[in-house]
Design a protein around this ligand. Sequence first.
Ligand SMILES: Nc1ncnc2c1ncn2[C@@H]1O[C@H](COP(=O)(O)OP(=O)(O)OP(=O)(O)O)[C@@H](O)[C@H]1O
Length: 267
Amino acid sequence: MNVALRPAIAPTVPAKAGPVLCVSNLFKSFGTNDVLRGIDLTVAPGIATALIGANGSGKSTALKCLIRLVEPTSGKIELLGRDVLTMNPRDLRRFRSTVGVVWQKHNLVPRLSALTNVIHGVQARTSGPRTWFQSLATAEMRTEALACLDRVGLSDKALERVDSLSGGQQQRVAIARMLMQRPQIILADEPDASLDPQSGEEVMRILSGLARQDGLTLIFISHRMEHTLEFSDHILGLQGGHIVMNRATAQTDATHLRRFFDHQERT
Ligand SMILES: Nc1ncnc2c1ncn2[C@@H]1O[C@H](COP(=O)(O)OP(=O)(O)OP(=O)(O)O)[C@@H](O)[C@H]1O
């Protein structure tokens, strides 16, 4: 099967920009479980990278290490030009606010409206007390939140309670909330999981489209081979604690990838 190629890199990305992410010799162990055993990788700006691998191969651990939601055992991580592992807690908190994260479980507040949930994304980019009251939202915030909801195709649901929306719509609200953060890079850990095939594909299409429109780097984990092929420019495969596959999506195809997944399942 031929690969459905994404169009050329967004024009907002400088042609000769250096890597947005540089990881060297990254190790992470949980007790005696050596999950990451010397990861080396670089990611160019403005492209979408899929991180693939078998269950338990360490994909989420690797993604979380990038912003120290999991503390690496050793190694070096340079993300957005910053040395992540030497940051003090205050700098780290500020730095995290520049990184948009989409999780499988989106942690929206169910009884609040989609709009209020999206406005909560402002918390991540502003300093001050973590407690935030909706009544303090400025007209500008509401306008921006509405625009973010519009970008995920949900402006007509702005005032509906999140728990009245479908799973796919809730994930789109979470993406709008992340946009409200004005991120410089997006990390997505299985944003298409727990959704029916159609909603999962819609979520991936919206996420990769937004990243492309804004010229943002996207790193996503997916267990769906067809999403890996359709929505990535580059593929990284994790196995046995190492990156064992590192190639442009254009240089692979479904047959090649299927062999990779099959191999993962046997080991
Ligand atoms: N907080 C933790 N404490 C102890 N072990 C952990 C922790 N987080 C992850 N692990 C272990 O690290 C290994 C890798 O887990 P991780 O979730 O990163 O894999 P994954 O590739 O993302 O898997 P999946 O595809 O199933 O989500 C597993 O053996 C897991 O049990």
